[in-house]
Design a protein around this ligand. Sequence first.
Ligand SMILES: [Zn+2]
Length: 275
Amino acid sequence: MEFGFVDCHCHLSAREFEEDLDDVIQRAVEAGVQTLITVTEEVGEFDRVLQLQKRYPDLVAPGFGVHPLQAGGSSQCRSVNLQDLDAAMPLFYQHRERLVAVGEIGLDFTPWFAPTRQNRDDQMSVFIKQLQVAKELDLPVNVHSRSAAQVTIATMREHGVQRALLHNFAGKPSVALEGVKDGYVFSFPPAVCRNTQRDKLIRQIPLEHICLETDSPSLGLNKHERNEPSSITSVCKYIADIKGLTPQMVQVVTAHNAYRLFPRVKQQLQTVPQS
Ligand SMILES: [Zn+2]
């Protein structure tokens, strides 16, 4: 069985890709990307990711999720509330056969975005509801955590979550290792190559618990440039260097981890409607 790269967390429905997505996808394929797990932040994107799955059925694997921060089409973010989830709830069930994950969901307790107790409580309610959806649909979760590493992992453990990807994780190594014990997997985007801040964390997490992602169009090598999935090669090489392995080894093991965590990616290929 041959493995290409699996980008475990990207946002192809983002406005930044509207103009030239075919070229972006082409470059990803040329770089060896085999699967793009395409997550959402808001219900307004759900339809778009299903369209993308139809357009690139052997590449795009969709996840539906309501992110802890909502932009609603503007550049200003605010903390999520339960009303934001209302329109999303029936869609999870309606399109359950098409989904490979519930995400992007999670907790973002950055003081600037979630200044009040109420904000944090609302985020927690929205997160827990979606953990329950994932459980009911037997889907893994694709999770964001910022300034909330420990509480995110503890919440998932309390709710019996067994399959989770913690994307762009930036918590302490000791907290990550708690998550490893729970069986959780951690993915890192090209932005980790910008400095050595996460080297220690990456060194301590066993490779069997690591996946690759790009979080395109964000979190690329250069802060102010649009990121795209072909940049996955850079983070693969970076992780390989830290762990003293070959990039090929990291590519194969992380892809294997990804298909184990998101088994429906492989099954999906047969069920995408052809029209
Ligand atoms: Zn994301």
